[in-house]
Write a protein that binds this ligand. Structure first.
Ligand code: ATP
Ligand code: MG
Length: 221
């Protein structure tokens, strides 16, 4: 099992945090020391960054905030724009150093990416550069809705084009009205060259430990 996974998704708001937390619980249930990391969080609500709080709560070990979340940006905007408005330059090597520190405290680090895979981080870097610098297997969260096939296949292509490996994918039922969900999942099973770790239905009860039982981390490639 590797020292960490980079969690990306077909878009923003499609369940990366939910799946990252569920993965943390799944690894914890296997007796592993785990920690979540959100390298760049944009959008502060009442002094809190929700993703960071959720990842911290699902981790079994703790670490200083500046390691778990090196960049906490206040505006709820694309990261490079939020950073520019805050006079901050996002530097992936700062994130890499924080990851190296987190590796000392946990056996597995679950890193939630920001937005979709190619989201710009600065004038110079994007999400794919960050994933490459961290050099971890990527887990793709597919938010099941119309259009997700194209988004999932494009993301998988970008992951591979950056020399990274897809360790697995998760089908996340964000749209309870979606038609032909099974057929969409079947299509991606055939076309994504990595194991399906689990199917999460649309859930009203956000019990992350229960949701984690839907993921089979033994399938992780
Ligand atoms: N399977 C699901 N059933 C019901 N609601 C869900 C499901 N998955 C995600 N959601 C809800 O959708 C919203 C977005 O999910 P989440 O925050 O995990 O997305 P994200 O990809 O991490 O977003 P961001 O790009 O902002 O980090 C949340 O309110 C979450 O509770
Ligand atoms: Mg999130």
């Amino acid at each position: 099992m590797t020292e960490g996974y980079f969690i990306t998704g077909t878009d923003t708001g499609i369940g990366k945090t939910l799946v990252s937390c569920a993965l943390l619980h799944a690894f914890a249930a296997n007796g592993r020391k785990v920690i979540g990391m959100k390298p760049v969080a944009a959008g502060c609500e009442n002094g809190h960054w929700m993703d960071v709080d959720l990842l911290v709560a699902a981790s079994t070990v703790s670490a200083p905030c500046k390691l778990v979340n090196p960049y906490a940006l206040i505006p709820p905007l694309a990261p490079h724009i939020a950073a520019k408005q805050s006079n901050i330059e996002i530097d992936p090597t700062v994130i890499q150093k924080a990851f190296f520190e987190l590796k000392k405290t946990a056996e597995t680090v679950i890193i939630e990416g920001v937005g979709g895979f190619l989201v710009p981080l600065s004038g110079q870097y994007d999400g794919a550069d960050l994933a490459r610098i961290l050099n971890l297997p990527v887990i793709l969260v597919v938010g099941l809705r119309l259009g997700c096939l194209n988004h999932a296949l494009l993301t998988a292509q970008a992951v591979k084009a950056n020399g990274l490996r897809l360790g697995g994918w998760v089908a996340n039922g964000i749209d309870p009205q979606m038609l032909a969900q099974k057929e969409n999942i079947q299509t991606l099973k055939q076309r994504l060259d990595c194991p399906l770790l689990g199917i999460i239905p649309f859930v009203k009860d956000m019990n992350l430990k229960n949701i984690s039982k839907l993921l089979d981390i033994r399938e992780l490639a």
